[in-house]
Design a protein around this ligand. Structure first.
Ligand code: BG6
Ligand code: MG
Length: 219
């Protein structure tokens, strides 16, 4: 039986996925590489450096910058992003997330986080939800970016739970791939067109219910 639920942060717990998009979009425009929401779907869940590479490649500019210049560009994006998350509070928790976390806690399951963001702890603290999490793995301790399963596997291991007894919750295609590669049950929040490889898809966070998910898990 399931022992843990491991959450992605950006776009699942709070709508920082939108802020990442706005910050990359601003950098893209500064570089003369405009892009739309459809392209942004391919950036979701992907690390800062890998996201920059994808944007530069889109514009055919991946060879125009030295590694130091690329670090500077990634830093600039992060400055835009940090500016946008300045005023985050518990008001920014997505609908239904607190009751879903409470439901998991009351059921006696462990709660973990597997985030690709170096800003994860800052965002979790600004939201006031750190106490819900038994363990948080952020980008600082992970070598390989989603869709690689490392971040989910590290979270399960820190929780002392076998991957096949964990559920992962994601909003990104790369994240769902990571959960499946970790051999966990994948719950996706968002559109079927991007997230069809998940085991269960809900349109919005307020549809997340442990009871309903467990009906679908067979372990
Ligand atoms: C992920 C987001 O959680 O973190 C990505 O989905 C983002 O959009 C990535 O690029 C890295 O975030 P940060 O805060 O380390 O730049
Ligand atoms: Mg996400």
């Amino acid at each position: 039986t399931i022992e843990a639920v491991i959450f992605d942060l950006d776009g699942v717990i709070t709508d920082t996925a939108e802020y990442h998009y706005l910050a990359w979009k601003q950098l893209g425009e500064e570089l003369g590489i405009p892009f739309d929401r459809e392209f942004n779907e391919t950036l979701k869940g992907v690390s800062r450096t890998e996201s920059l590479e994808r944007i530069l490649t889109l514009g055919g500019k991946q060879d125009d910058f030295t590694p130091e210049e690329k670090d500077g560009l990634a830093q600039k994006k992060n400055e835009h992003y940090v500016e946008l998350i300045q005023h985050i509070s518990s008001d920014d928790l997505l609908p239904g997330i607190v009751s879903f976390l409470d439901e998991i806690k009351e059921a006696g399951l462990k709660i973990g986080m597997a985030s690709a963001s170096k800003n994860a702890f800052a965002v979790v603290d600004a939201l006031g939800v750190r106490h819900y999490f038994d363990h948080i793995v952020d980008a600082a301790t992970v070598a390989q970016s989603k869709p690689h399963p490392e971040v989910f596997l590290k979270a399960a291991s820190a929780l002392g739970v076998k991957p096949e007894l964990a559920i992962g919750v994601e909003d990104a295609a790369a994240g769902v791939t990571a959960i499946k590669a970790a051999n966990m049950f994948a719950v996706a929040v968002g559109e079927e067109s991007m997230l069809g490889h998940a085991d269960l898809i809900v349109a919005s966070t307020d549809e997340l219910s442990l009871e309903r998910i467990l009906e679908r898990v067979h372990v």
